[in-house]
Design a protein around this ligand. Sequence first.
Ligand SMILES: Cc1cc2nc3c(=O)[nH]c(=O)nc-3n(C[C@H](O)[C@H](O)[C@H](O)COP(=O)(O)OP(=O)(O)OC[C@H]3O[C@@H](n4cnc5c(N)ncnc54)[C@H](O)[C@@H]3O)c2cc1C
Length: 450
Amino acid sequence: MTSPSLVWFRDDLRLADNPALRAAIDRGEPVLALYVLDEESPGVRPLGGAARWWLHHSLASLGERLRERGGDLVLRRGAAERVVRELVSEIDAGAVFWNRRYGGAEREIDSSLKTALRADGIETVSFAGSLLHEPWTVTTGSGTHYSVYTPFWRACLSLPAPRAPFPEPRSIPGVGDAPASDDLGDWGLLPTRPDWAGGLREAWEPGEPAARRRLRRFLDEDLRDYDRARDEPAAGATSLLSPHLRWGEISPFAVWQEAVGVEGAGGFLSELGWREFAWHTLYHSPDLATENLRPEFDAFPWPPLDPAHLDAWQHGETGVPLVDAGMRELWHTGYMHNRVRMVVASFLVKNLLIDWRRGEEWFWDTLVDADEANNPFNWQWVAGSGADAAPYFRVFNPELQAKKFDPQNLYISRWAADAPTEPIVDLGETRKAALSAYDVVKRAPKSPRE
Ligand SMILES: Cc1cc2nc3c(=O)[nH]c(=O)nc-3n(C[C@H](O)[C@H](O)[C@H](O)COP(=O)(O)OP(=O)(O)OC[C@H]3O[C@@H](n4cnc5c(N)ncnc54)[C@H](O)[C@@H]3O)c2cc1C
């Protein structure tokens, strides 16, 4: 009698450096992999359109790679806790392994499932696979968590170095007759009417092998120049690893290990630090996507939403060239350069006076790297309401930003050559209006949110 091991894949769609998969193989029994599309559990945020496109291709790649090594991937849809328990009893699993998640709803599901499975006598173990440091391991001298990045990252750097990554398994002992799986195509993750994913297909190749190639190329060609050129959207100087990291096609341990010895890699590594900081912030503030981290921002007097302004921003029709270029890059490729993300976000919040949550929702739907932590964290950072945020009164001037970071107009002419040229708002006037709205926040009480 065998007692198979079940590996529940989530945001870790890779074979290499996957502690849950390794534990399952080490257990010495047949291994079955599972992915659950959970659109039912309360509090789990439904994926946006671009993320669904990525997920489809990443799962196709993962399934193929598992099968090449003797394993199998079962796809099921529904409330994760129920689906996992059903599959456990279907295959009479003796153990279940997964790598941890850090969002509030996900943690509730995982901990309730762990309790239930263990009560049934099933070995259930979770692992650290998606962050360099577990959120509860980085604390201040008085045991609280950090709300400022610099000391946070200093504390991370003083901890024992992140562990070395381990290679992918050469073979996976399969379960023989795998139980029924949904057909990936039936999940409808790909857009059809219309198929708007042409630009995504041109820009990206989801999956673990492509993630590794992307890292290699960055290390060979761009890392040394990263600090100088990372802020220039036309330079192509950044790693473009964000969607691969978001889906766990490459582990942060692998990225860390490859980059850490390279001279001058500190700036790049500290961006991985921002990723850690965002996820740790989400762990401690699960409502990051809906609640201002700084409660005095609840008093911000947002004017009634002007749908025409929101629409112009979303579709790159604001008449402000750098903003329109960024929004069009996003629409076409599912990605936008970080500097431009900051500029378009500042423009929405501080020139159009539209609540950061509306921008966060649009990014959630259109970014291939949209994730529960980095997206709301960075929106709150730009809006001034977040952890260690840019001060609200720092309003990016999109024209000066363009002069400084796109001096030869390469990025703007690539993406916004035919965009309108008459701005929908006056940058100076709207900046003044934003600053006077902010006066209300300054007067609001600053007591921490309970
Ligand atoms: C309004 C706004 C929304 C954002 N939403 C997301 C999001 O949903 N998902 C996402 O991964 N990033 C988000 N970012 C952060 C950043 O823009 C992207 O991570 C970066 O542009 C990805 O490109 P890259 O992989 O070439 O980055 P690189 O410069 O090569 O950086 C390497 C890695 O570090 C991490 N990183 C870099 N910058 C940041 C940052 N500011 N915060 C957190 N992690 C960072 C990413 O994982 C990135 O892949 C957002 C930024 C802003 C201003």
